[in-house]
Ligand binder design. Structure first.
Ligand code: HEM
Length: 442
C-alpha cells in the first residue's frame, strides 16, 4: 500500500535554468527530492523548449502506468531510432510494440532461465576465479564481463568461442561510445560530430558481427530457446519471416538495455556488502546453511539474498527514471497534462522518499523482510506496458553471481563511490573499487 502523502500541491511550471538542467541530468536524486518537497506528487517542468512532468510519488506513478498504453508515444524516440533503428521495442508503440514484446517474451521470461542457472553460475565462477588475494579491482570491470557473457550465451545463443571473444570486444566498444552527449542530444547525432562518428563505427562493427553470427546460427538445427532463435523462426500472418535487419535492431536494443544495467546492479550490491560487514556475514550465513553447493534453480528461495539485491537497486536505481509521452491531453492526480508533455517517472525520487523508505540513504535490506512494497513503491524495472523485459534474467543473474562471490571471496571497500550518469543508465563513478581477500573464517 502506498503511504498517504501530505505534500504541498503547487502548480506553477518550473523553468529549469542551465545549472538545474545539468543537475536534473547528472544528479537527478537531488533535483527530484527538491521537487517532491516543494510540489508533492508531480512537478511541471519546462526546459530546452519542451514540457515535462516529473512524477514523484507512488500514487502518481500508479496513474501513469495504469493509463491506456495505446495513448502513449515512446520517449526520446528520435535519438533511439538514430542509435538503434526503427524496429525495436524501445521505439515501437501501440499494437506493434505489444506484438513485438509478445513475440519474444517467453524467451526472456524469468521461468525460462531457471533451466540455465548452471550456465550463469559457470560464467560467474570463471571470472571470479581469476581474482587474486590482495588484488585491487574495479568490481564493475568483472560484472560487465559476467553480464555480457550471460546475454551472449542465453539471449543470443552464442556457443562458439571465437564469436564470444569477438563479441566481448565489439559490444564493450559500443557501450563505451554511447556517451551521454551522443544519447541525449539528437542534434549531435550527425556525421560532423566526432563522438557520433565513433559510435556509428562501433555500431557498424556490431552489425557486422551479428550478420556473420546469424549465418553461423542458421546452419544449426532450429532452436527457440533464446531470443535470436525465436526471432529467426517467427512468421507473420502472411508467413513472412522477420527481416534480418529487424532482428539485428532488436538484439541490439536488448543488449543495450541489459548489459550494463545488470552489471551495475551487481557491482552496487558488492559495494554495499563491502561497507556493511554484518550484512555480509548474515548473507553468507544464509547461503552456507544450504550446504557447500547452491543449486542455481533454488537461488530465488533465499530471503536475505533477495532483500540484499532489492535494497542495492532501491538505493542505487540503475535507471533513475523512465518516461511516457501522452499523445492526447490527460490528467494525473488532478494535473492537466498536455499532449506531448513527457511524463518522467522518478524511480530515484520514489526510492528515496522518506515517507515510503524511512532513512532512505541507509542500506538496510531488512526493510524488504519487514514489509511488502507494492509495484509503484519499488519500481527499479519501471512498470506498465513497457516494464523491463529482462527483469527476470537480471534478478536471476544478480543473485547467482552474488552468491558465488560471497561464498568464494572476502573483499574490502577501497573508498566512496557515487551514482553518476554513465550514458542512459546511472552507475558507480569509480566502478566500485575493492580489495580482494582470502576468506578468513572458513
Ligand atoms: C538490473 C538490471 C536492469 C534494470 C535495473 C532494468 C531497468 C529497466 C527499466 C527501468 C526499463 C524501462 C521500463 C519502463 O519504461 O517502464 C527497462 C526496459 C527494458 N529492459 Fe531492462 N533493466 C535491467 C536489465 C535488463 C536485461 C537483462 C534485459 C534483457 C536481457 C533488459 C531488457 C529491457 C528491454 C527490452 C526494455 C524495453 C521494454 C519496452 O520498452 O517495452 N533489461 N529496463
Amino acid at each position: 500500500m502506498a503511504v498517504a502523502t501530505s505534500f504541498p500541491q503547487k502548480t506553477e511550471v518550473v523553468h529549469l535554468n542551465p545549472w538545474q538542467q545539468w543537475l536534473f541530468f547528472q544528479q537527478p536524486r537531488s533535483m527530484h527530492d527538491w521537487f517532491r518537497e516543494r510540489y508533492g506528487n508531480l512537478a511541471e517542468l519546462h526546459f530546452q523548449g519542451r514540457d515535462y512532468a516529473a512524477i514523484l510519488t507512488p500514487e502518481a506513478a500508479r496513474q501513469v502506468f495504469s493509463a491506456e498504453p495505446n495513448g502513449y508515444d515512446a520517449f526520446w524516440k528520435e535519438s533511439f531510432t538514430n542509435m538503434i533503428g526503427v524496429d525495436n521495442v524501445w521505439v515501437l508503440i501501440g499494437d506493434r510494440h505489444r506484438k513485438e514484446r509478445q513475440l519474444f517474451a517467453p524467451a526472456v521470461h524469468a521461468n525460462h532461465f531457471r533451466a540455465y542457472g548452471d550456465t550463469i553460475r559457470d560464467i560467474a565462477r570463471e571470472y571470479i576465479a581469476k581474482w587474486q588475494p590482495g588484488q585491487e579491482i574495479k568490481a564493475l570491470d568483472t560484472t560487465l564481463l559476467i553480464s555480457l557473457d550471460v546475454i551472449m550465451r542465453l539471449v543470443f545463443g552464442v556457443q562458439e568461442a571465437a564469436y564470444m571473444e569477438e563479441g566481448r570486444h565489439v559490444f564493450e566498444e559500443l557501450r563505451l561510445k554511447a556517451h551521454p552527449l551522443v544519447v541525449f542530444f539528437p542534434a549531435l547525432q550527425k556525421p560532423w560530430f566526432p563522438m557520433w562518428r565513433s559510435y556509428m563505427k562501433a555500431h557498424a562493427n556490431i552489425i557486422d558481427w551479428m550478420k556473420r553470427f546469424m549465418e553461423t546460427r542458421r546452419a544449426r538445427v532450429a532452436d527457440d530457446s533464446d531470443v535470436l532463435g525465436v526471432l529467426m523462426d517467427a512468421r507473420d500472418e502472411a508467413g513472412i519471416p522477420v527481416s534480418d535487419e529487424h532482428i539485428r535492431n532488436e538484439l541490439n536494443a536488448i543488449l543495450t538495455a541489459g548489459h550494463e544495467t545488470t552489471a551495475v546492479a551487481l557491482s552496487w550490491a558488492l559495494y554495499e556488502l563491502a561497507r556493511h560487514p554484518q550484512i555480509m556475514q548474515k548473507l553468507r550465513a544464509e547461503l552456507e546453511a544450504a550446504g557447500p553447493e547452491i543449486e542455481p534453480g533454488s537461488i530465488l528461495s533465499f530471503p536475505y539474498l533477495d532483500a540484499v539485491c532489492k535494497e542495492a537497486i532501491r538505493l542505487h536505481p540503475i535507471l533513475a527514471e523512465c518516461a511516457r509521452v501522452p499523445m492526447q491531453p490527460m490528467q494525473i492526480l488532478g494535473h492537466n497534462i498536455k499532449a506531448g508533455q513527457a511524463l518522467v517517472v522518478s524511480i530515484v525520487g520514489i526510492h528515496h522518499d522518506p515517507h515510503t523508505y524511512p532513512e532512505p540513504d541507509t542500506f538496510r535490506p531488512e526493510r524488504f523482510l519487514e514489509r511488502n512494497y507494492d509495484i509503484f513503491e519499488f519500481l527499479p524495472f519501471g512498470g506498465g506496458h513497457r516494464r523491463c523485459m529482462g527483469a527476470g534474467l537480471a534478478q536471476y543473474t544478480m543473485r547467482i553471481a552474488l552468491a558465488e562471490i560471497v561464498k568464494r571471496w572476502d573483499f574490502e571497500s577501497l573508498g566512496n563511490d557515487s551514482d553518476v550518469r554513465l550514458n542512459i543508465a546511472m552507475g558507480p563513478k569509480h566502478g566500485v573499487r575493492l580489495r580482494i581477500k582470502e576468506r578468513s573464517n572458513r
